[in-house]
Design a binder for this molecule. Structure first.
Ligand code: SF4
Length: 310
């Protein structure tokens, strides 16, 4: 895998050092809190020097090309640099559910997932713990880690930090949550999400290209975008799929998701109190097809044709 080549050339350690240096006046993510996490100060992500892991294991509910026969080796990191009011994993992302772990323990988890036969190592909410992941990765690589690394983020990632990951991450799987800045501010408490998110997705695609899937149907490298359709068009699906088609690639692999359900504080927010209708989901798919995107997770081209003719 890509990171093994960096390790062979003796360059992985430099990346670890560069990433760790960002913790001193934290600019690991675009929030740029400036707190000293090396001294255990806490910024918006509520994570100090050590990463917190909520759970890990082989998962079979991920996107089809990640799951294969033996599952995706998923590590859920607690806390998040976003504050989505409808988060389905809010106990992990907002309430810090999990255990603090050091780099030796994290390296052990990585190797144990590989030992189970998982097709990849799927880092969920990695944005705020990139330095901690890299120092563990170096140890795991020394002990033989070789499966593809999946960076599964909320999509609010800084290009500078992503550049540290160039040649390390094999598969980027960012969310594209919103196409409208004001909606992102209201629902996730962040500034400039669309601008930051689009720049991050461009950098991820520059590094890894379109998603490459092997003969067994398992992803090896590239970009896979997730987009959760929100009620009443709040996610801005049309703008996002057009961005992907025009500025990333018509061959972009996208998972347009219909599983929104009101969680966490969603019931307090007008418009977010119910699930999306099948008409709303079909409309989202039709936007993708009109934009020229045809690589949609778990949706076959034959299913798309009737949608367009409706
Ligand atoms: S990683 Fe956390 S502390 Fe660092 S800038 Fe982002 S939110 Fe702030």
């Amino acid at each position: 895998m890509a990171y093994r080549e960096l390790y062979r050339r003796g360059k992985l350690h430099e990346r670890v050092e560069t990433a760790l240096s960002l913790l001193e006046s934290c600019s690991v993510c675009p929030r740029s809190c400036g707190v000293n996490r090396l001294a255990d100060e806490i910024g918006k992500c509520r994570t100090s020097r050590q990463a917190i892991v909520s759970s890990y294991g082989a998962h079979f509910d991920e996107e089809a090309p990640l799951v294969g026969r033996y599952g995706s080796g998923t590590i859920f990191f607690a806390n998040c640099n976003l504050g989505c009011l409808f988060c389905q994993n809010y106990a992990i992302s907002q309430l810090s559910e999990g255990q603090k772990i050091d780099k030796e323990e994290l390296a052990y988890i990585m190797l144990s997932l590989q030992e189970k036969g998982c097709h990849n190592m799927n880092l969920v909410s990695p944005t705020h713990v990139v330095p901690q992941i890299l120092e563990a990765l170096e140890m795991a690589v020394e002990s033989g880690l070789h499966i593809p690394l999946v960076y599964n983020s909320g999509g609010y990632d800084s290009v500078e930090t992503l550049k540290i990951l160039d040649g390390i991450v094999d598969i980027y799987m960012p969310d594209m949550k919103y196409d409208d800045e004001e909606t992102a501010r209201e629902l996730s408490g962040i500034e400039n999400y669309p601008e930051v998110n689009k720049a991050a997705v461009k950098e991820m695609h520059r590094q890894t290209g379109d998603l490459e899937i092997n003969n067994e149907g398992v992803a090896q490298r590239g970009l896979l975008v997730r987009h959760l359709v929100l009620p009443h068009g709040l996610a801005g699906t049309k703008g996002i799929v057009h961005f992907l088609s025009r500025e990333i690639s018509r061959n972009a692999y996208v998972n347009i998701m219909d599983q929104y359900r009101p969680c966490y504080k969603a019931l307090q927010i007008p418009g977010l109190g119910g699930r999306i209708s099948s008409a709303e989901f079909h409309k989202a798919l039709s936007f993708a097809q009109e934009a020229g995107l045809s690589r949609l997770d778990r949706i076959h081209a034959t299913e798309l044709l009737p949608i367009l003719s409706e």
